[in-house]
Ligand binder design. Structure first.
Ligand SMILES: [Fe+2]
Length: 340
């Protein structure tokens, strides 16, 4: 016996309605209604697991009531009740979502079998619903965990970049300040080129640490006032490869490697370390090469003052196609990038 199962009998005739109630009342929680409208009204106020529904009724007939019930309460099972004459109607009603039908006059055992079958189906679908909700909750928890993990990774990424920037600063404040400006200018060039926000962030980070390899260069060379000897210059030329080996062990920073390694290539192929030429130089590196040169020229060094703006622009123009990617120089010459 399961008193929690709620059954509603809808039949306009008192006698079959009452005898059906007698059959079911010992096992289930049974209510009755004398018509379609009344039944639907009852269902608005009470949860019903299964409806036993007479087909032939005045007012709202059983088929219309069936369609309404299935539309509003798709999980509620419906068993149709019919006289033999309308058996065909009962069969076709199954198409509208009725689970089964019983013929009048009904047999007590048949009623119990069919009703129990219907309730079993309802209990199963209720159980599945609960499981599905549990899974949805679990899914939401997992999503939150994934988002948190993603945030932690990003924080780790930002933290690593900041740590590297501070490391550069500790060694050489000039490089630190310079890297920050190169980063900003590279981002603006990337913006004019129409690169995505994500791509812009990558180039900003890469530009900020493009000279990280300088922490492996002797301070006397780094801070030397005046031109470097051949030997010193060949030491200095190691910094792209030193920088690459520093960030290589950090998978999050691998996007910065093309910039760190190739920011001293020249467009004509005469740069270092790989001697890459033209479009073979990664785009981010071609951008940083121009930004790097502009900032270096505009900055006063211990051995010379800063170059005036006209001189910076004429240097860019003169070296477009040899040292620099002409398309990127063009962006600066057309004043799409503020040099301040
Ligand atoms: Fe450099």
């Amino acid at each position: 016996m399961n008193n929690r199962d709620k059954i509603l009998i809808i039949d306009d005739e008192l006698s079959p309605r009452e005898s059906m109630r007698m059959v079911l009342r010992d096992r289930y929680n049974v209510s009755t209604a004398s018509g379609g409208y009344e039944g639907l009204e009852f269902m608005e106020r009470n949860a019903v697991d299964l409806v036993v529904l007479d087909i032939k009724m005045p007012g709202m007939d059983g088929i219309t009531a069936l369609k309404e019930i299935k539309k509003k309460y798709p999980d509620t099972e419906v068993i149709l009740l019919t006289a033999f004459a309308s058996l065909e109607t009962a069969k076709s009603a199954v198409r509208f979502g009725a689970l089964d039908y019983l013929t009048k006059p009904f047999d007590k055992d048949d009623v119990l079998t069919v009703v129990e079958k219907g309730l079993d189906k309802k209990r199963n679908s209720d159980r599945l619903k609960v499981e599905r909700e549990k899974l949805l909750f679990r899914n939401r928890d997992l999503e939150a965990e994934v988002n948190k993990a993603r945030e932690n990774i990003l924080m780790g990424y930002e933290g690593t970049i900041q740590a590297l920037i501070k490391t550069i600063d500790a060694k050489d404040h000039y490089t630190f300040d310079h890297s920050e400006h190169v980063s900003r200018m590279s981002s603006t060039i990337a913006d004019v080129l129409g690169l995505s926000k994500e791509a812009r962030e990558k180039i900003e980070h890469a530009a900020a640490i493009h000279d990280i390899g300088k922490i492996g260069i002797d301070e006397r060379i780094l801070k030397k006032q005046g031109p470097l000897t051949d030997e010193e210059f060949s030491d200095m030329k190691q910094h792209p490869e030193i920088g690459t080996s520093i960030v290589q062990s950090v998978p999050l920073l691998e996007d910065a490697i093309p910039v760190i390694l190739h920011h001293h290539e020249r467009y004509d192929g005469n740069g270092y370390p790989a001697g890459l030429k033209g479009a073979a130089i990664p785009l981010n590196a071609r951008i940083v090469i121009v930004a790097d040169a502009v900032d270096a020229m505009m900055r006063a060094r211990p051995y010379r003052g800063s170059l005036p703006m006209e001189k910076v622009l004429s240097e860019l123009r003169d070296n477009a196609g040899t040292q620099f990617d002409p398309a990127i120089v063009d962006i600066i010459l057309k004043d799409k990038v503020s040099l301040k």
